[in-house]
Design a protein around this ligand. Sequence first.
Ligand SMILES: [Zn+2]
Length: 371
Amino acid sequence: MSHRPAKGARVLAAGAVFAAALSLLHAGCGGDGGAPAAPPAPPPPQPLGWSGLPDGITVEVAETVTFTATLTAAVDATYNISADSEAVEISGEALRAGVFQASVTGVEAGEAEITVTASHTGYVTATDSLDVVVEDPFDPALWRELVFDAFDCPNGFTDERCRNIWGERNVEDRITAVLPFQPNFHVVSSYRQWRFTSSHTQTIGDAIRDSIEQITGETFTGQITSGRGIRNEYGWVDVVPVGSETLGGPSSCGGANVGRTEGLMVINVERLEPCDLFSVTMHEVGHALGFFHVLNLGDFIMSPRLTEIPAVFSETEQFHAQLAWELGRGVPYTPDPRKASASSLLTTDSAPGTRTLKDLPLDELVRCRLH
Ligand SMILES: [Zn+2]
């Protein structure tokens, strides 16, 4: 232990020599000859922030919204985007120096806060956040009613009429009846003693065009003809004037086959008051394209009661009808097709099983009553 102080003394001595040498060096460089200078301080970080981040976003489930956000300096920053909830899926990429593009996809109804950061050497890290609201326009009950006949035939085997239509099939065992194409329409000028006036024919044509666009989300590309005689042809829907007796009494405004490729719609011309021709036509076009009645929630064209209905499919009817139209004909029931696997959405023609297109209730004429 006795040698330790001596070693320490030697270190001190070496330090003194070093300090002296430094002092000389400073003197030679015109320095003040004092204590050694601190290493040069790095420049202070430059400011960096986001400009133009949206205040908030509303997105629907399965919908993707993109936005770009710009930095206050055009630097090739490293970006990070995160969300505090699983209601959304997010991704992003640098678009060009100082510009970041993000995508937000709705996963489930709810809210999320998204935080976006950008960092770059020599700059402060830019951080900002925005709120996202995820809305879900999908209504499982309406989907079952409009597309799978859960209103008129909630269970295929408890009601005789439904058993005749669907056999022993619950909603979960049914398939979509939507037409595989936009049909053409033939307005039959007269049937027995009943006839459409030229004004009626005009109104019917207008209602057909509006309906097709609202149901399919596509422009109507079919033909509308008028004349004597029923076509009963593949790809055509005949629109026929009838009277109350044809429909089994004065309570019906009209009727239609659901989703038949040789379609038929009938309109009770004896009841155009109080039945509204434009609305009734829209309603029957809905059936002809493959849709069923829905619980009357108010302003629904496919309500089973045809008074005081508006002359436009409700937004929610349009949403669900367009979803079914995109899926196509003969697709098995699924609780939410947006979340279903691709294989479960194959038509039953390509996935042989107990359900086939032959099971569609195409020969049933749905009677549409007046409330
Ligand atoms: Zn109806």
